[in-house]
Design a protein around this ligand. Structure first.
Ligand code: C5P
Ligand code: MG
Length: 159
């Protein structure tokens, strides 16, 4: 079978430490008490969406293309990872239809930044804003020192 649509799913999590910037969708979230510990910029939202894109066509995962052991990937802007994943999907003859993502984080509140996060992700993915659904959840104190993300995407074959 050669389906016209494909689903993709990705996850990510990073430990949070005081004094580091919290980067989500390429945005530095203001007044965050902590930020991701990571080899790259630790953008857990872009990492989950990138893995979702790659998973949709069984292209592996971001660590395969951007190993966290490679010195050249130190502090890497995760927008580069996302654009690379999107380009691979497009090269295979598919277009992104929509994306939904959830960020699980106890602090800070992300609701005030939803519009900006949604707009930034839409811009990176070349989508309309209403094709980018973003939800926020706390861990209810179960993982106060972590940011955890999930993302699901839908692709359509380009004729
Ligand atoms: O986790 P919980 O369901 O209690 O979160 C309640 C609401 O708080 C969420 O629906 C979301 O709108 C908001 N929230 C937020 N920023 C977070 C976590 C949750 O704005 N970091
Ligand atoms: Mg990550």
């Amino acid at each position: 079978m050669n389906p016209d649509i494909r689903i993709g799913y990705g996850e990510d999590s990073h430990r949070l430490e005081k004094g580091r910037p919290l980067i989500l969708a390429g945005l530095n979230i203001p007044d965050s008490p902590h930020g991701s510990v990571a080899h790259s910029d630790g953008d857990a939202l872009l990492h989950a969406v990138s893995d979702a894109l790659l998973s949709s066509l069984a292209l592996g995962d971001i660590g395969h293309y951007f190993p966290d052991t490679a010195i050249e990937n130190k502090n890497l802007d995760s927008a580069i990872i996302l654009r690379d994943a999107l380009a691979r999907v497009q090269a295979a003859g598919y277009a992104l239809i929509n994306v939904v993502a959830v960020v699980r984080l106890d602090k800070p509140k992300l609701g005030p930044h939803r519009e900006e996060i949604q707009e930034r992700l839409a811009k990176l993915l070349l989508l309309e804003k209403d094709c980018v659904g973003i939800g926020f959840k706390t861990s209810e104190g179960l993982a106060p020192n972590h940011v955890q993300t999930t993302a699901t995407i839908l692709l359509g074959k380009v004729n």
